[in-house]
Write a protein that binds this ligand. Structure first.
Ligand code: NAD
Length: 253
């Protein structure tokens, strides 16, 4: 497919569904070749089929980003196939269930796993892929959350840490022309976000929007496209909020 990203390569983690799939489809529609990674093999295969149905190209990789050896092996596979990587979207994350409700009583092992997947894996993957990102003077997008500004859950702490990691990565990778930006969405309508909240809570939060609609996965994907485009090419070392203006309301789930 011809588009603004024809000839470019984009890697999206957590692309078996939700925001990751939306990013992958948006870049595929603009002509990019996609590299998909997730622990959910069935969802990955579905995403790949959707891209191919659009006339795009994608490879899918089953990777547990909580395992350093698997990250290293995955990065080696990517580097063997691609000299250049234009965009790395670190979207995979644990976002629902215990991590989003718990704080006390989780213990060291759970905290370490949450931080490994949500905060450290984005660094390790970018570090391992640095030669290809440098060759393209590419962009890294870290998927943060508005929860990073109210870190009263383990989830919020991992995303606040990811904001800090974003600043560290931008500081270190800028020398190679690599930009690093985090996107902090509010509640966006995905299958997983919807399933994570009781219907009444979901409707209450939706009813608090300043705008008359809920944010979608496509809204976030469009921001990714803009950041990766020529028009967004001087945006770096930044956390960009996209929540329809809701932070001004101080809402809480
Ligand atoms: N949807 C929202 O409202 C919202 C808001 C703020 C931030 N986010 C963030 O956006 C991202 C995607 O959220 P979503 O709503 O699409 O949820 P989702 O659960 O559909 O997406 C997360 C993906 O990451 C994958 N994943 C989890 N652990 C992994 C691991 N160890 N290795 C590889 N892949 C792994 C999952 O299989 C899943 O496909 C998450 O990082 C989430 O924290 C979402």
């Amino acid at each position: 497919m011809a588009g603004r990203f024809t000839g470019k390569t984009v890697l999206v983690t957590g692309s078996a569904g939700g925001l990751g799939r939306a990013y992958a489809l948006a870049f595929a529609k603009e002509g990019a070749a996609l590299i998909l990674a997730d622990v959910n093999a069935a969802g990955l295969a579905e995403s790949r089929a959707m891209i191919e149905a659009l006339g795009g190209t994608a490879s899918d990789h089953h990777v547990d980003l909580g395992d350093e050896a698997l990250i290293t092996a995955f990065a080696a596979t990517v580097l063997a196939a691609h000299d250049r990587l234009d965009v790395l979207i670190n979207n995979a994350g644990l976002a629902y269930g215990e991590i989003a409700h718990g704080f006390f009583g989780l213990g060291m092992a759970k905290w370490q796993r949450f931080l490994a997947i949500n905060t450290i894996a984005p660094l390790l993957l970018a570090e391992a892929l640095r030669p290809a990102l440098a060759a393209a003077e590419g962009l890294v997008i870290n998927q943060s959350s508005m929860a990073s500004y109210t870190p009263a859950t383990a989830y919020g702490v991992t995303k606040a840490s990811l904001n800090a990691m974003t600043f560290g990565m931008a500081t270190q990778l800028g020398a190679d022309g690599i930009r690093v930006v985090a996107i902090a969405p509010g509640l966006m309508e995905t299958e997983a976000s919807r399933a994570s909240l009781p219907e009444a809570t979901y409707q209450r939060v939706k009813g608090m929007q300043l705008l008359k609609r809920q944010g979608t996965a496509e809204d976030i994907a469009n921001l990714g496209i803009f950041l990766a485009s020529d028009e967004g090419s001087f945006i770096n070392n930044e956390i960009i909020i996209m929540d329809g203006g809701n932070q001004l309301r101080g809402w809480r789930i």
